[in-house]
Design a protein around this ligand. Structure first.
Ligand code: TYM
Length: 332
């Protein structure tokens, strides 16, 4: 089977539905036909300030949400990034084949350093895409399903793999990004031209997977729309309604025109009520499964450890080959 790799940061107590629609739903489907590796990228999360006890908890919660959303740890390798030492080691190696200017062009870094200033920005944030490249390349990955905000990082990963292979000999498979076009970006419900994010300033525009479903329903009812009153997809003129249509279509598997037809001649109130019901019925069970898994953290930790052992094997093979190709002396 071809190999798939993807991951998410444990940067909040709950995932938001952009993570669910933009990533998890694809992961769940793709795990059937790929040898899939899904990590909780806790080392990446260190680029933001963290309370240690909270980081541990967020890491478990993220893993529990993967499983609750349908990732099966018996089928896919679901593990915690820091459990596999090779990630940090390969990241160091890859940093030596990355140009400074090349890393400096990553838009996510540029945005963050512009927002907080370079003195308040840590070097980890700068080298973040190199660690991400290490994640992907360790597993000889064929495809990387992500939302479009991660596309540039996957492109860098390809460049680094090709460069290393050309310089030192074939060590890496060159991966392809896979981006689900219509759901690549879910927007904030209150601010429908900026993407929904775990780090959004206001909570009102973010739907959390683990929130009380009644609360999520209320957020849908209060989502920003427009004054036209027609349920119609038009990204430019009607970003709020279009975003709700995309969410509606993604969660039901329906096409947008069929939803537009259903709500023709009815107001936004009806449409939002329909979507709120879908959100409650989709996320209610996911939330219950996740909370149940979190009731037994010891069992969850055991599952993660077994999966990390599987990941270790594959990752070590690549890293040993890389060290040999580089001419690092083997410890006998
Ligand atoms: P992260 O944790 O920010 O997001 C996880 C996944 O969710 C997608 N996503 C969205 N999709 C649609 N609409 C949104 N509003 C939205 N918000 C987030 C992201 O595109 C991503 O697919 N650097 C990565 C984590 C990572 C990784 C990797 C991914 C580390 N190593 C290796 C793939 C392969 C990140 O911060 O994702």
């Amino acid at each position: 089977k071809p190999r798939l790799y993807s991951g998410m940061q444990p940067s909040a107590d709950s995932l938001q539905i952009g993570n669910y629609i933009g990533a998890l739903m694809q992961w769940r489907d793709l795990q059937e036909s790929y040898d899939a590796f899904f990590s909780v990228v806790d080392l990446h999360a260190l680029t933001q300030p963290n309370d240690p006890a909270e980081l541990r908890e967020k890491t478990r919660r993220t893993a529990a949400q993967y499983i609750a959303a349908g990732i099966e740890p018996s089928k896919s390798t679901l593990y915690v990034q820091s459990h596999v030492r090779a990630h940090a080691e390969l990241a160091w190696v890859l940093s030596t084949v990355t140009g400074f200017g090349e890393a400096n062009r990553m838009t996510q870094f540029k945005d963050k350093s512009a927002r907080y200033g370079t003195d308040a920005t840590n070097v980890g944030l700068f080298t973040y895409p190199i660690l991400m490249a290490a994640d992907i390349l360790l597993y000889q990955t064929d495809i990387v399903p992500v939302g479009d905000d991660q596309k540039q990082h996957v492109e860098l990963t390809r460049t680094l793999a090709e460069r290393f292979n050309a310089r030192y000999g074939e060590a890496f498979r060159v991966p392809m990004p896979v981006i689900q076009k219509d759901t690549a970006r879910i927007y904030d419900l209150q601010n429908p031209t900026s993407k929904m994010s775990k780090s959004a300033e206001s909570d009102a525009g973010v739907l959390w997977l683990l929130d009380d479903p009644a609360k999520s329903a209320k957020k849908v009812m209060r989502a920003v729309t427009d004054s036209e009153g027609v349920v119609r997809y038009d990204r430019e003129a009607k970003p709020g309604v279009s975003n709700l249509l995309v969410i509606y279509a993604a969660l039901t598997g329906r096409q947008i025109p069929s939803i537009e037809d259903e709500y023709a001649g009815r107001g936004y109130g009806d449409f939002k009520k329909g979507l709120a019901e879908i959100v409650v019925s989709e996320f209610g069970p996911v939330r219950e499964r996740a909370l149940k898994l979190l009731d037994d953290p010891a069992e969850l930790d055991r599952v993660l450890a077994a999966n990390a052992a599987r990941a270790d094997e594959v990752a070590d093979r690549t890293l040993n080959d890389v060290y040999d190709k580089l001419g690092l002396l083997r410890r006998v």
